[in-house]
Write a protein that binds this ligand. Structure first.
Ligand code: AMP
Length: 265
């Protein structure tokens, strides 16, 4: 039995930062990179399934990204993934979440897992679309925002609970292979021991290219994406004014503000 865990290396801002010259992203020198928090939980969920059945489960962490992503994949190896696969080709740069999902779906076809876990969302982009879009490309059953999961390796179905609005829960039985997006709090992710970190440093990270996954350049990167970042910026700070006085005085001040803002003053 095999579980594919899609993991993303996310960016967090340093206190002071500058934008890239093209204004479409933060300059990489001002970013701190780490494994997406949601993906830490989905990896742990896979490891728990493996431990509960005595080990007959292969966990494969997969990430779409340049060589810097290896650090996040090594963290997954240290925490219990059996293999790590990084998918990259310069043509993939600028992929939106749908293009990333197309790439992940191709990887899933090649690996043929029983389950594919993704995080509910990534902490830097918060698109919350990649996992379910991957299920769409694969035509597999899917469930989003999973907060409890029960699966016996080899079974044709799994039982899960997913969070709905207003504190409601959905309990579902789902056929495998399936794609699940895992919510924070489903478990308690473990810390990697020093020994496992050292062992992970010596493990290979398998590289897959466009050709390996039978994808072409027009399907990925900016060419294969319908969304493109035009600019990233810090919005101007708004103004707030507390209007005090009698009702008549407040109305007078409000009218003056409206006149000022419409240029009628
Ligand atoms: P998002 O749709 O960007 O909010 O991300 C949701 C989830 O999709 C993440 O938690 C990952 O499981 C997966 N994902 C997003 N981007 C990537 C990527 N570049 N490589 C692998 N998995 C990804």
């Amino acid at each position: 039995m095999k579980i594919l865990v899609a993991v993303k290396q996310v960016a967090a801002l340093e206190e002071d930062f500058e934008f890239r010259a093209d204004g479409r992203d933060v300059d990489g020198d001002f970013l701190v990179m780490d494994l997406n928090e949601w993906d830490d939980y989905s990896l742990e969920e896979a490891v728990k399934i493996k431990e509960a059945c005595g080990g007959a489960v292969e966990i494969v962490a997969v990430s779409v990204g340049p060589p810097t992503v290896d650090e996040a994949l090594r963290k997954c190896l240290a925490k219990g993934a059996d293999r790590a696969v990084r998918i990259w080709d310069e043509a993939m740069r600028g992929s939106d979440s749908i293009a990333v999902a197309r790439i992940l779906a191709a990887a899933a076809r090649a690996e043929a897992p029983d389950l594919l876990f993704a995080g509910v969302q990534s902490s830097d982009q918060a698109v919350a679309a990649t996992g379910i879009a991957t299920a769409g490309f694969l035509g597999w059953p899917h469930a989003a925002v999973v907060s409890q999961f029960t699966y016996t390796p080899g079974a044709a179905t799994a039982v899960l609970r997913r969070e709905l609005e207003g504190g409601l829960l959905h309990e579902l039985e789902i056929r495998t292979p399936a794609v699940l997006t895992i919510q924070l709090g489903i478990n308690t992710p473990r810390y990697a021991s020093l020994r496992s970190i050292k062992q992970a440093a010596a493990k290979p990270i398998e590289l897959r290219t466009l050709a390996d996954l039978s994808l072409n350049a027009a399907e990925v990167g900016e060419a294969g994406s319908s969304a493109r970042v035009r600019r990233m910026y810090v919005p101007d700070k708004g103004r707030a004014e507390l209007i005090e006085g009698s009702a008549a005085e407040q109305a007078k001040r409000l009218a003056a503000i409206i006149r000022e803002s419409t240029g009628a003053a």
